[in-house]
Design a protein around this ligand. Structure first.
Ligand SMILES: [Zn+2]
Length: 133
């Protein structure tokens, strides 16, 4: 369970889980599955990785093109994903492709910078592309 951010001067871009029907359309409340724990969370609470050629990279903005994989900003999920090679699988990379040191370091720093109840992420929701038709 994730607590919502305290209301301050910004309008939350997403409703509190369990608070009833979303006032916004589902496009504003995108859910993604963590490849580490398989739980579903708002994508703003997850770290996105993406395939980059024959390797993978951190997608800090969460919007880069390409196939993506998501993990919670939690070390246990990151470790589980790496151990099971879930990232490679999600990104359709060969299982033997290593996670680059730079990527591992970036993810670790994002995890350590993340407050558990707020997650981390770009400006929440407001800039999300609604559809790519
Ligand atoms: Zn997770």
């Amino acid at each position: 369970m994730v607590r919502p951010r305290p209301e301050s001067d910004v309008t939350p871009a997403f409703p509190a889980p369990g608070s009833g029907p979303s006032p916004r359309s589902p496009e504003h409340w995108p859910l993604r599955t963590c490849v580490g724990c398989r739980e579903t969370h708002s994508k703003w609470q997850l770290i996105r990785l993406r395939r980059l050629g024959e390797t993978l990279d951190v997608d800090a903005g969460g919007r880069a093109a390409g196939r993506g994989a998501y993990i919670c900003a939690k070390m246990e999920c990151w470790e589980a994903a790496r151990r099971r090679r879930a990232l490679q699988r999600a990104l359709h990379l060969p299982a033997g492709v290593p996670v680059p040191e730079r990527v591992a370091g970036l993810v670790a720093s994002m995890i350590s910078n993340s407050a558990p109840e707020t997650g981390w992420g770009p400006v929440r929701g407001q800039e999300e592309v609604q559809s790519r038709s």
